[in-house]
Design a protein around this ligand. Structure first.
Ligand code: DGJ
Length: 751
């Protein structure tokens, strides 16, 4: 069923729904918007009274004198305001110029329309045809301050997804200060949930963390100016018993790449308030009379069938309703990146042999990473000077690029447009273009300062200098890096009470440059990167169709990173490269087979110098790339199933399955080999129960090439027992498992 929003004028209830979920809100007699229900689709009786739970409790403050039951402390609301009788965290706090921060937002009007609202200057979900979504706009007003608040709810057809955002308009005569703004506030009637969120650090991004809810507040976020390696702007609340394939889960994703906060508050009556939005620590916005401010959007996803289904909903939503432009649903090229092969030490000749050898392996795109500009030979100079390094490229980039094209490779280039080294021409000419506090020395991170992207002249200058490079040589791909967190967020052009706007203005400037580049070069594939996965979020994916998942390229570490990332993001968004062994980040030795079979599950690429490969390694890579290309659409856009978690087990198992469910590829990875270990069967997912499938392994196994029904594979399982340590297969020539080994299995319908 298509998305629909029904309004019952008698009960003043809005039923936002599609075939799979319902979201019920009500306008009460005081003009407040109450949350009645969010979850699986329901048929309504029209009786909602019991859903507004309120009672007369000692110590409560009453909002009205004639109703001692009416305290916001006990009412589930959609937009709780500061200074009310609620006492829990507000979703909105706006201060008037006399210091008054109490608010009294009252319902004014509504509008329902087909399609999806756009958010000026910010990334947002979208629809391709208008009946793919239906949107409710609720208008509220605060009579004292003149603040108008528009709440937006969009529901998508047949996806368990709701997008929410808030727009504030100052219709009064004085400035208003927005001090807190949470586009998501969801009050839930119980607290029997666990929170799952993705956290980590550089090189180990998006590890899965689980915590039970407890009384009081749990919160995480970013104050780094980017969504960060540390906490991803995504989390799940799941019922305690829910797991990968059962139970209720609710996902929350922020379509934003800057600072954020998420807060989960369990009150004294065991209700739960969930919020996601702007980080009040670093955000504050002066809204002048007549101005409006639109928040970034939050995506809420729901499933009553466990985490796998929730991820599937998110994956297809991101592929269809976030990623846009030329690369939407297009197969992404197999690339080779120069970074780990050469770091800064390359020249035209080296790169050409590198590219030629890569081509022989089946690579499609050559990417020139950091070091091609100014007189860059280390990370302490030339950032900001986007002119070709003549020492490394005496003929400009033209010759390199035309030779690369002549052998049939595409050309990609690295940029880090938001930053500048103090030792650069740009900084010497425009020292005032960086973010810094007045009369204080700005702090360095990776030897660089942050350009003030809130200043449109800076953005335009960077755009022009990049275009000069891009226009001379045709560019097919950009790796857009960002290698330090933001600290000195001060803009001397803004007044003292506008400094809280700097970081949001910065990120709007970043989005602006993304938009200018993608409008001028619509076919360029952009991969965002922030020292690996420090800005892996839906805001980036709106502009850049893929993200460099992590600077850690070790296959074993990548199991956790890719597995964790897959909770929220599709495989089509994750860059995954094969690098050398021992690995450059952690010195681990891993077989090439395992490295290849891990990188398959993402946008496959190489991060090594093919000149240094043995003939056997070249053969493995050639075959691997051929296999990837044959199955690329399934790897990038197939349905992904997590079958065994690296956070809980020694073995990680996952699989992808094609849209028609006729073929799939799975892989099982062993971290440490075990002695005389147990038999292992893994139940596959997503197959046609009655169809027959042939299963082939990437190792010599007694179970190779057998035929099973989908039902057998899903209910009995695929035997992955291997020959190591005590079983007899070693004597008869089957492959033995070892530390860091993998078994790929290929499943195909056997007509
Ligand atoms: C950090 C990125 O994540 C790396 O892949 C590489 O591009 C370096 N920056 C280059 O400076």
């Amino acid at each position: 069923m298509v998305a629909e929003i029904l309004y019952d004028s008698q009960s003043r209830v809005f039923h936002i729904s599609n075939s799979v979920m319902s979201y019920l809100i009500q306008v009460d007699g005081n003009g407040k918007i109450l949350q009645l229900y969010f979850g699986e689709k329901i048929c309504l009786s029209g009786n909602f009274k019991h859903l507004v739970e309120k009672s007369k409790r000692p110590m409560s403050i009453y909002e009205t004198t004639d109703d001692e039951f009416y305290s916001y402390e006990h009412i589930k609301q959609e937009i709780p305001e500061s200074g009310s009788s609620d006492f829990r965290i507000p979703a909105i706090k706006v201060r008037q110029s006399n210091g008054d921060y109490s608010m009294d937002l009252k319902y004014y009007s509504y509008r329902i329309f087909n399609g999806k609202n756009k958010i000026e200057k910010l990334p947002h979900s979208y629809v391709s045809v208008s009946d793919e979504a239906c949107t409710l706009e609720l208008k509220l007003k605060d009579a004292h301050s003149g603040l108008i608040v528009n709440l937006y709810y969009s529901v998508f057809s047949d996806r368990s997804v709701i997008a929410r955002s808030i727009e504030l308009v100052n219709s009064g005569k004085e400035n208003l200060m927005i001090e807190r703004l949470m586009p998501l506030n969801l009050d839930l009637p119980t607290s029997d949930y666990e929170i799952i969120h993705l956290s980590g650090a550089w090189g180990r991004e998006r590890h899965i963390k689980k915590n039970s809810l407890h009384s009081g507040m749990q919160s995480f976020g970013s104050t780094r100016g980017h969504s960060s390696h540390n906490h991803n702007p995504f989390f799940i609340l799941k019922k305690e018993k829910a797991d990968e394939y059962n139970g209720e889960c609710i996902g929350f994703s922020f379509v934003y790449s800057g600072d954020f906060t998420s807060c989960i508050e369990v009150d004294s009556y065991s209700t739960t308030r969930v919020q996601l939005g702007m980080n009040s620590e670093t955000f504050c916005w002066k809204l002048k009379p007549g101005e409006h401010f639109h928040s970034p959007e939050v995506i809420i996803t729901h499933s009553s069938k466990g985490l796998s289904d929730l991820s599937y909903t998110l994956h297809s939503f991101i592929n269809e309703n976030i990623i846009n432009g030329y690369w939407k649903k297009r197969e992404r090229p197999v690339k080779i990146n120069s970074w780990e092969a050469f770091y800064f030490d390359f020249d035209e000749e080296k790169l050409l042999t590198f590219a030629n050898k890569a081509k022989e392996l089946g690579v499609e795109l050559f990417v020139l990473d950091d070091g091609w500009f100014g007189d860059r030979s280390s990370d302490d100079k030339s950032l900001g000077d986007w002119i070709v390094n003549r020492e490394k490229f005496p003929n400009g980039l033209d010759k390199l690029v035309s030779s690369i094209r002549s052998i049939g490779l595409g050309f990609g280039i690295w940029i880090e447009p938001e930053m500048v080294n103090p030792n650069s021409r740009l900084y010497r000419e425009h020292p005032d273009w960086i973010l810094k506090f007045p009369n204080k020395k700005p702090k360095l991170g990776r030897n660089q300062y942050v350009l003030n992207f809130g200043n449109i002249d800076v953005v335009n200058y960077i755009f022009d200098s990049l275009c000069e490079v891009f226009d001379k040589v045709q560019v097919d791909y950009i790796k857009w890096d960002m290698n330090r967190s933001i600290l000195d967020s001060y803009d001397s052009e803004l007044l003292y009470d506008e400094q809280g706007e700097v970081r949001h203005r910065y990120i709007i400037g970043v989005y602006r440059l993304y938009k200018m580049i993608s409008q001028k070069y619509p076919k360029i594939l952009i991969e965002s990167c922030a020292s690996g996965g420090g800005r892996f979020d839906l805001g980036m994916l709106y502009y850049a169709s893929q993200t460099w998942t992590s600077d850690c390229t070790d296959a074993i570490e990548r199991l956790k990173i890719q597995y964790g990332t897959s909770l929220a993001y599709p495989l089509s968004s994750m860059g995954a490269h094969v690098s050398v062994s021992p690995n450059h980040q952690n010195n681990r030795m891993v077989s090439l087979k395992t490295r290849i079979e891990t990188a398959y599950f993402g946008n496959f690429g190489l991060e090594l110098d093919p000149n240094k490969l043995s003939e056997y390694e070249k053969l493995l890579l050639r075959e691997g790339i051929e296999f990837y290309k044959k199955n690329r659409y399934t790897f990038q856009y197939g349905r992904f199933f997590r079958l065994s978690s690296p956070f809980e087990n020694n073995d990680t198992v996952w699989m992808v399955i094609s849209e028609d469910r006729n073929h799939g590829i799975g892989s099982s990875y062993k971290v440490l080999n075990e002695i005389n270990h147990s038999y292992k069967r893994i139940k596959l997912k997503g197959l046609h129960p009655e169809k027959k499938y042939r299963v082939k392994f990437s190792i010599k196994s007694p179970f190779n090439n057998l035929i099973y029904t989908g039902d057998e594979l899903m209910k009995i399982g695929l035997s992955l027992s291997d020959a190591s340590s005590g079983q007899h297969y070693d004597k008869i020539g089957y492959d033995q498992s070892e530390d860091f080994s993998s078994i790929l299995f290929y499943i195909d319908v056997n007509e």
